[in-house]
Design a protein around this ligand. Structure first.
Ligand code: SF4
Ligand code: SF4
Length: 261
């Protein structure tokens, strides 16, 4: 086994031990071979020494996200964020000890939701990194759909100068174009693609989505995520069932956290 393959094996083992449900590697050339963003967003444009991007994912439990917008899901979201940043910090540190430049791009890197209302994007896309690292494909709802958890997965990326063997990108499209995400969006932020369009990705009014999130933040029930809660893709849905919370249970959980003052 080559030195690079040996290092990748060690990294994967560490990532799993730290709590990662998903682990994939992309070489930075993929951003150029299949460009889905302007070049200034490519990792090699920002950090010219970067050769590989390691993407890790942790799952979102269906029975918690289905209560959204709720404090239950909000706290889960915060927990996954802490876990992701800690995993990525530790993996970057390990790469340094192995003699490689490395750091991580934090999982939500836009500051506050009020900034997303003005400019609804971050400097680096974890979703695209996940796509290039072979973890899944991009669905109608603009999220990364994975076989294991559908879109119910949170991601973080470690950027390094180690030339690791990349994982193959997924060829099979996972989005089944059921339109559930479009129908359930409370802001009607999505315009689905025309029938027969080669890509399932909808047009999205990100400003509408950000405005709704700003409201939820004030209610302590941030983020929304309904378009990921309802997506039928993912083995997790088989485990938990299509709807894993009673209607009364959802209403009950949503009652808490709202500041009525
Ligand atoms: S997160 Fe909520 S508001 Fe934003 S697009 Fe998805 S369903 Fe719509
Ligand atoms: S809910 Fe349906 S249309 Fe939307 S991303 Fe999932 S599979 Fe695709």
């Amino acid at each position: 086994m080559s030195e690079a393959s040996e290092l990748k094996k060690k990294l994967k083992r560490r990532a799993k031990a730290l709590g990662a449900n998903l682990f994939g590697v992309a070489n930075v050339e993929r951003w150029e071979e299949e460009p889905l963003q302007p070049a200034e967003y490519f990792p090699q444009s920002i950090w010219p020494w970067s050769r590989s991007v390691i993407v890790m994912g942790v799952q979102i439990f269906p029975s918690m996200i289905e209560t959204t917008p709720s404090v239950v899901y909000s706290e889960l979201y915060n927990t996954t964020n802490r876990l992701l940043d800690e995993m990525a910090y530790r993996l970057s540190n390990f790469l340094n000890q192995e003699g490689h430049r490395a750091h991580f791009f934090p999982r939500d890197c836009y500051g506050d939701i009020s900034t997303l209302v003005k400019k609804p994007e971050a400097a680096f896309s974890q979703v695209l990194a996940g796509r290039y690292a072979g973890l899944g494909t991009i669905g109608m709802n603009h999220t990364l759909l994975t076989r294991e958890y559908g879109p119910r997965v949170r991601l973080v990326s470690v950027i390094t100068d180690a030339a690791l063997p990349p994982d193959p990108m997924m060829k099979e499209e996972l989005c089944i174009r059921c339109g559930a995400c479009v129908r359930r969006c409370p802001m009607q932020a999505f315009t689905p693609p025309e029938d027969g369009s080669p890509s399932p990705i909808a047009k999205m009014d990100k400003h509408k989505c950000a405005v709704y999130h700003a409201k939820l933040k004030g209610e302590f029930r941030y983020p929304c995520g309904l378009c990921t809660a309802v997506c039928p893709v993912g083995n997790d849905k088989k485990l938990y069932g299509g709807s894993s919370v009673s209607k009364e249970g959802i209403a009950h959980c949503q009652d808490f956290g709202v500041n009525t003052q």
